[in-house]
Design a protein around this ligand. Structure first.
Ligand code: HEM
Length: 479
C-alpha cells in the first residue's frame, strides 16, 4: 500500500510539474487546453482539420498545443516546410514511426530508417523499372476488367458503391503488380481485399489506441490472415530480388530480422503501397460524376487523344492532370510528424524566429496550408476541375499568397526530402483506372442528384481521406 501511495504521489508531482509549463521567450503561442494532461487530445483526434483550423485562426501559422501529455508544435507556414524539415539532426522521424508501426502493424523494426528506405525505393520506381512496373500494372488491370474476371455479362447492369468499386480494382491491380504471389485468382484476390479493408477501416483507431475489444479482435484476425497470405507471395524467388519488395526483404534479412518480423513488415508495405491510390480514384470519379462540366472536359480530352498512339495519348492529358491535382488538394491529408531531438530555432517565411523545445513534437499539416488556405486557393472547399490549368490549357504552376509566390500549391506526396517514391506509379495507376472506366464502361449515379459523401473526419492525418458514406453507382461493360 505504502509503495502504491508513494508511486501515486510521485506521479502527481510529475503531472503538476509538467502542467506548469509556460511559454518562454521566442517560443510559439502555447495552448494547453482546459483538461489537465489530456489537453486538446480529444478534439485533435476527433477531427484534426477542424481543430487545427480553429487553432490557426486563434494563433496564426505556428502554435504549440498539449495533447495527452505531449507538447506538439504545429507549423502551418507552407513556404518554410522544406527548410525546417531538412534539419534531420534536430528533427527525428524514426521514433514516432516506430510507435505507430508497433500500434498499427504490431511490428518492431528497430533499425528502420524511413529516410534511407525512401531513397532506396526511389530507384525502383523510376526509369526502366517504372516503365516495367507500369506495363505490368496495365496488363493486370486489363485482365481484371474482363467480363469473365468480373463475373458479369457484357451490357448487363450491376449496382455497387463507387468507393469499393474503385478501391477493389486498384488494390487488386497494385497487389498483383507489387506483390504477385500465389493468391492471385479472383476469389483469393477478393478475399485478400476484404481482409485488407477490415484492417484499413480500423487503422486510425489502432494508431490512436481508441480501439475497443471487439474491434481489436477483428483487426488482429485480419492482420493474422494477411501476414499468412503475404508470406506466400513470390518474394523468395531469385528473380524478384531485383524488385523493390524483393530488395526490401533482402535488406531485412541482411539486418538479421527474423522470419516472423519479415512477415509482419509485408503488411506495412501492403498498406503503404495500396492504401492511398484506391481512395484517390474514388474521389476523382466521384468529383467527375457530380461535376458534369469536368466529366465532359475529361471525356473530350480522351476522345481528342484517340488519334495518337496509345502511349502519346495517355501522356499529354493536362485536363485530367488538373482534375487529379485538384482532387489530391482536397483529399490528401497526411500529418508529417517529427520529434525535436535538441532545442532548435526555426525561421518562418516572414523572417520571424521561434524556438522549438527538445522533447516536443513538430507537426506539419499541408492539408490546411497550402491546400485549404483561402489566401492561396479561392473557395478552397470547392472542386474546380481547371484550378491547375492556365487559360491556354497548360499546367498552372504559379500560385500566390498575397504578393508572395507559394513554393507548392499542394503537398500530396510529402515534402522535398521525404517525397513518396511511388508517386509516378500511383499517378499512372489512377489514370489508367479512370480512363479504363470511362472508355470501357457505362457508369452512372443511381440517383442523378446524389452529392459526394462527406469525409470521415477520423482519417485526417492518415494519407488520402476516405468518405463517411458512399455514392451508389450502376455500371455495365460496354459491348
Ligand atoms: C495517391 C496515392 C499515394 C499518395 C498520396 C502517397 C503519399 C505518400 C506520402 C505522403 C508518403 C510519406 C512521405 C513522408 O514520410 O513524409 C509516402 C511514402 C511512401 N509511399 Fe506513397 N503515396 C501514394 C501511393 C503510393 C504507391 C502506389 C506506392 C508504391 C507502389 C507508394 C510507395 C511509397 C513508399 C515505399 C513510401 C515510403 C514509406 C516509408 O518507408 O516511410 N505510395 N507516400
Amino acid at each position: 500500500m505504502m509503495w502504491i501511495a508513494l508511486l501515486l504521489l510521485g506521479l502527481a508531482v510529475l503531472l503538476l510539474l509538467y502542467a506548469r509549463r509556460t511559454r518562454r521567450r521566442n517560443e510559439p503561442p502555447l495552448d494547453k487546453g482546459m483538461i489537465p494532461w489530456l489537453g486538446h487530445a480529444l478534439e485533435f483526434g476527433k477531427d484534426a482539420a477542424k481543430f487545427l483550423t480553429r487553432m490557426k485562426q486563434k494563433h496564426g501559422d505556428i502554435f504549440t498545443v498539449r495533447a495527452a501529455g505531449q507538447y506538439i508544435t504545429v507549423l502551418l507556414d507552407s513556404n518554410c516546410y522544406d527548410a525546417v524539415l531538412s534539419d534531420v539532426d534536430s528533427l527525428d522521424q524514426t521514433g514516432y514511426a516506430q510507435v505507430l508501426m508497433k500500434r498499427i502493424f504490431s511490428l518492431d523494426l528497430p533499425n528502420h530508417n524511413p529516410e534511407s528506405e525512401k531513397k532506396r525505393a526511389e530507384i525502383h520506381f523510376q526509369g526502366r523499372a517504372l516503365t516495367q512496373l507500369c506495363n505490368s500494372m496495365q496488363n493486370n488491370l486489363q485482365h481484371l476488367v474482363t467480363p469473365s474476371e468480373m463475373g458479369l455479362k457484357v451490357s448487363e447492369w450491376k449496382k455497387d458503391g463507387l468507393f469499393d468499386f474503385c478501391y477493389s480494382f486498384l488494390f487488386k491491380t497494385g497487389y498483383l503488380t507489387v506483390f504477385g504471389g500465389e493468391k492471385n485468382n479472383s476469389v483469393a484476390l477478393a478475399e485478400i481485399y476484404e481482409e485488407f479493408r477490415r484492417f484499413d477501416r480500423l487503422l486510425p483507431k489502432l494508431a490512436r489506441t481508441t480501439i475497443n475489444k471487439e474491434e481489436k479482435q477483428i483487426a488482429s484476425s485480419a492482420r493474422e490472415k494477411l501476414w499468412k497470405w503475404l508470406a506466400s507471395s513470390r518474394l523468395d524467388r531469385k528473380s524478384e530480388h531485383q524488385s523493390w519488395l524483393g530488395n526490401y526483404v533482402q535488406q531485412l534479412q541482411d539486418e538479421g530480422v527474423d522470419a516472423e518480423t519479415q512477415r509482419r513488415a509485408m503488411l506495412l508495405q501492403l498498406w503503404v503501397t495500396q492504401g492511398n491510390a484506391g481512395p484517390t480514384a474514388f474521389w476523382v470519379l466521384g468529383y467527375l460524376l457530380t461535376h458534369p462540366e469536368a466529366l465532359r472536359a475529361v471525356r473530350e480530352e480522351i476522345q481528342g487523344g484517340k488519334h495518337l498512339r496509345e502511349e502519346e495519348g495517355k501522356k499529354n492529358t493536362p485536363v485530367f492532370d488538373s482534375v487529379l491535382s485538384e482532387t489530391l488538394r482536397l483529399t490528401a491529408a497526411a500529418l508529417i510528424t517529427r520529434e525535436v531531438k535538441q532545442d532548435k530555432k526555426i525561421r518562418l517565411s516572414n523572417g520571424q524566429e521561434y524556438h522549438l523545445r527538445r522533447g516536443d513534437r513538430l507537426c506539419v499539416f499541408p492539408f490546411i496550408s497550402p491546400q485549404m488556405d483561402p489566401q492561396i486557393h479561392q473557395q478552397p472547399e470547392m472542386f474546380q476541375f481547371d484550378r491547375f490549368l492556365n487559360a491556354d490549357g497548360t499546367e498552372k504552376k504559379n500560385f500566390f499568397k498575397g504578393e508572395v509566390k507559394v513554393k507548392y500549391p499542394s503537398v500530396p506526396w510529402g515534402t522535398k526530402d521525404n517525397l513518396c517514391p511511388g508517386r509516378h506509379f500511383a499517378t499512372s495507376a489512377i489514370k489508367e483506372l479512370v480512363f479504363t472506366i470511362l472508355t470501357r464502361f457505362d457508369l452512372e449515379l443511381c440517383d442523378k442528384n446524389a452529392k459526394l459523401p462527406l469525409v470521415d473526419p477520423s482519417r485526417y492525418g492518415f494519407g488520402i481521406l476516405q468518405p463517411a458514406g458512399d455514392l451508389e453507382i450502376r455500371y455495365r461493360i460496354r459491348s
